[in-house]
Design a protein around this ligand. Sequence first.
Ligand code: MUC
Ligand code: MG
Length: 376
Amino acid sequence: MKIHSLEVYIVDLPTIRPHHLAMHTIVTQTIVLACMRSEDGIEGWGEVATIGGASYFEESPEVIKLTIEKYISPLLIGKNPINFDALSHTIGIHVKGNYFAKALVEATMIDLVAKYKNVPSYELFGGQCHTSLPVAWTLASGDTVRDIEEAKHCLETKRHNIFKLKIGKGDPKKNVAHVIKIKEAIGGAGSVRVDVNQAWDEATSLYCIEALEDGGVDLIEQPLMSWNNEGMSRLSSRFKVPIMADESLGTIQEAYQIAKNRAADVFALKVPKAGGLTATKKVAAIAEASGIPMYGGTMIESSLGTAICAQLYSTIPEMKFGTELFGPLLFKDNITVNQIEYENFEIIIPNGPGFGMVVDKEKVKHYSRETVSSIN
Ligand code: MUC
Ligand code: MG
């Protein structure tokens, strides 16, 4: 089998409500799709999502597309995607960083190879440990009453009983009070967690985390800047409530440093941060070797990107903190013919072939920024 072509599309999908993070409010989420075709016409599709252009991570959607088209694609045409890990290694020699672009390309190779073998992609990663995984919902409407209503609806419909609150924007004390009101309204029916998205300094973290711990919050995600592993280490040893690394944890080297310095109690895995599925599996191995529990993170991907993460997370035996693979539920519309299923507070892991999702090319054409003449 040989790679014939690789095409990249930037797609903007509207959300059901504004989603407030510290650095950006999402009303239209941008995803980047790629389609790899073999010479005999098999297609492999991949997706990565970014948040707020280049405001969450360095790579914007435009940079991801350009890097793939100009620097990665020429390395792959004519090569056999069955050797996807070896090809990723070659890409790494020629392209530094650019982990989202690399993750997207690796996903297209894996989808293509798994479809060729007619198996789900998770079979290329040791097979499934889970057929479903717990899934959190992010309460980020910006309004306490609306957030409480959303949480109650999620509990009643057995959709989610884990809630993450984004509290990096605005006054820390007011935000802590907002979280505690929500925890009081939910009580023991659900787990409440917070994501600060790097917005606090250490002094702010000390009093806020103490109040959140006393208020019954179960997990504190990335309170400090991504570079501040020393501070994360001090917070992790000071508090009983676990501190999770998200933005500070990407590559396997970062995972090693965090584990070695105990700069987090929990790892938030995300396939694009690590640069792909194979690298994410290695990050999980570092966590396993260090006795650090894991959480299956999201960049708010649509159904295809969610399937990619879900299939990989399903191969990791211990996912103690569950996942937050809620992305498709935040979108008004989707780019696949079939949908991700949620049941009894869990995401059902899609089955293959490939990542188990069938791309709806008309929808891709409709939401794509460029005129997509090559999709047929
Ligand atoms: C993040 O910071 O974890 C994940 C869920 C959500 O609401 O935002 C993302 C990004
Ligand atoms: Mg986070």
